[in-house]
Design a protein. Structure first.
Length: 155
């Protein structure tokens, strides 16, 4: 007497696993799209805030030398000069100005200082006598708030 191999239950097969896998893949795709959309919105908000900050600085007599300067050690949102003063500006866009004021972390400061050193090495200018690290706080429907000397390189 031969023993029959075990049969699977009716309706049970490898199909549900494939369906589950397909559902997981679709769910991952949706999450990625949501992340990409949030990233795009944040990027556009940042660009808009930097444009508003640059216009504000121009109105105060500064000449914009660079926007979104990138180096291997960090990024600077705006580099501007007025006479012999060179400023490195970190732009923060938040729903309100108070929230923006607290959003420049110590780690960000260190990266901005390192990027500023890279800028100075790449673009030496003998006319520059003073260097400053400023912050520009931007909130919807509000005039940008410029904070001169928001931090220094020694902190």
């Amino acid at each position: 007497m031969a023993i029959d191999p075990p049969r699977s239950l009716p309706g049970a097969s490898a199909e549900p696993k494939r369906q589950e896998k397909g559902q997981e893949e679709r769910q991952e795709e949706r999450q990625k799209k949501r992340y990409d959309l949030k990233h795009q919105v944040a990027f556009r908000t940042g660009i808009s805030a930097e444009s508003r900050a640059a216009a504000f600085l121009i109105a105060k007599g500064f000449r914009i030398l660079a926007r979104r300067f990138k180096s291997p050690v960090g990024e600077i949102d705006i580099v501007a000069r007025r006479r012999s003063l060179l400023i490195f500006v970190e732009v923060k866009a938040r729903p309100d100005l108070d929230e923006a004021a607290w959003s420049v972390t110590g780690r960000q400061r260190a990266r901005i200082v390192a990027a500023a050193e890279a800028w100075l090495a790449r673009y030496p200018d003998e006319r520059i006598r003073d260097i400053r690290f400023d912050a520009m706080l931007v909130a919807p429907g509000r005039i940008p708030r410029h904070i001169p000397a928001a931090f220094d390189a020694s902190r």
